[in-house]
Write a protein that binds this ligand. Structure first.
Ligand code: HMG
Length: 384
């Protein structure tokens, strides 16, 4: 029996800004954002959308009634939690109409949370092959207006259904994990924005990939040649490329070009969305599978997960027969195309409109799942 990703889809809020506009507003050369950082557009969310609405909109796209009966675990990986006690997964479980005898909970470790969820789901399905697990990666990446991290913001969710005999990616049992107690990016309780040591975060990311990759090679004897593609956590699209380049510089040029071409296919969506935090790696996976014409069933894919603080993991999977039929590129492209572009002034206004949970209010948002209002500190949701 195999276990892995049976279905996958993402959702992003219906607004974005163009990075050239942001560069002009911040008096920066646009090439710094487009080339230096590698971002063309950035997703922006209104106050009427949160991690639960992103998650519900992403999950609704992949779940059938049969799935909802078979799911007995709902895991949300996030660092944008809306409650210190109650898990967003519990609300999501209701919004999705999943059968009641299920475990629902949230996992946190910066951008690594959903990978922890995915591995837990895999173990659970190995013990319960007739069940399914819904794993969600949902976040709002906000660093603040005019901050150093501003061009690396974003928002949205990736939903994955984990099952036995999966139709997209069979997960192998060769993970290499790494924990290092460092402060490269952290957000103390009650702080609206993270505190970031940008250079340390970049260095640690690059070094962490080197460490888990080298350990993987030592344990398995495999090389880059064993992989059709590698996909990375993408805080901004230049980041994964830097980590990859640091490891492949000794390879023949043809081999380097092959891996870099696949990397470019994995960042097509991220260039237009920005950082999804814990969803970024999985957005990269969807992008790779939907935008590459060089992959085939049976190919091995390497995945590098990184969460500041810091936990990193390299793990691998094999593309399932007919995986292309399980994807939805036209929906994802339309989702991006249908978004409205904001001026920088509109973005700054939307950015500053945060939810006051202590004030009763209502919203009128046309997005299928969105916040209907706040009532006595409880968010109520418009359902599909
Ligand atoms: P910065 O100081 O604004 O930018 O910080 P910079 O001066 O380092 O320049 C960035 C790149 O643009 C450089 O390229 C410049 O040369 C280039 P590099 O040397 O790195 O290859 N550049 C230009 N290129 C072309 N034309 C030009 C031009 N000007 C400059 N005219 C930084 C950038 C990413 C550090 C900042 O935005 C930041 O702090 N972001 C947030 C932290 C982050 O994303 N870190 C990534 C690793 S940590 C991680 O992935 C975890 C995370 O997702 C959180 C979690 O786990 O929860 C963040």
């Amino acid at each position: 029996m195999t276990v892995g990703i049976d279905k996958i889809s993402f959702f992003v809020p219906p607004y974005y800004i163009d990075m050239t506009d942001l560069a002009h507003a911040r008096d920066v050369d646009p090439n710094k954002f487009h080339i230096g950082i590698g971002q063309d557009q950035m997703a922006v969310n209104p106050a009427s959308q949160d991690i639960i609405t992103f998650a519900a909109n992403a999950a609704e796209k992949i779940l059938t009634d049969e799935d909802k009966q078979a799911i007995n675990m709902v895991i949300v990986g996030t660092e944008s939690s809306i409650d210190e006690s109650k898990a967003s997964a519990v609300v999501l479980h209701r919004l999705m109409g999943i059968q009641p005898f299920a475990r629902s909970f949230e996992i946190k470790e910066a951008c690594y949370g959903a990978t922890a969820g995915l591995m837990l789901a895999k173990n659970h399905i190995q013990q319960n092959p007739d069940k399914k697990v819904l794993v969600i990666a949902a976040d709002i990446a906000k660093y603040g207006l005019n901050s150093g991290g501003e061009p690396t913001q974003g928002a949205g969710a990736v939903a994955m259904l984990i099952s036995s005999n999966p139709k997209i990616l069979v997960l192998n049992d060769d993970n290499v994990s790494l924990t290092q107690d460092i402060y490269d990016f952290w957000r103390p309780t009650n702080h609206a924005y993270p505190i970031v040591d940008g250079p340390l975060s970049n260095e640690t990311y690059i070094a962490s990939f080197g460490k888990v990759w080298q350990e993987y090679v030592r344990r398995t004897g495999k090389t880059f040649n064993d992989f059709a593609a590698l996909t990375f956590h993408i805080p901004y699209t230049k980041m994964g490329k830097k980590a990859l380049l640091a490891q492949i510089s000794e390879l023949p040029e043809e081999e380097q070009n092959r891996l870099l071409a696949r990397y470019e296919e994995s960042i097509v969506y991220s260039r237009r969305i920005g950082n999804l935090y814990t969803g970024s790696l999985y957005l990269g996976l969807v992008s790779l599978l939907e935008n590459s014409t060089f992959l085939n069933a049976g190919d091995q894919i390497g995945l590098f997960s990184y969460g500041s603080g810091a936990v990193a993991e390299f793990f691998t999977g094999e593309l399932a027969a007919g995986y292309q039929e399980q994807l939805n590129p036209s929906y994802h492209q339309q989702l991006l195309a249908d978004r409205s572009q904001l001026t920088i002034s509109e973005y700054e206004t939307m950015f500053s409109e945060t939810l006051d949970i202590d004030k009763d209010q209502s919203f009128n948002d046309a997005t299928p799942f969105s916040i209907r209002g706040i009532n006595n500190t409880i968010r109520t949701y418009k359902e599909n």
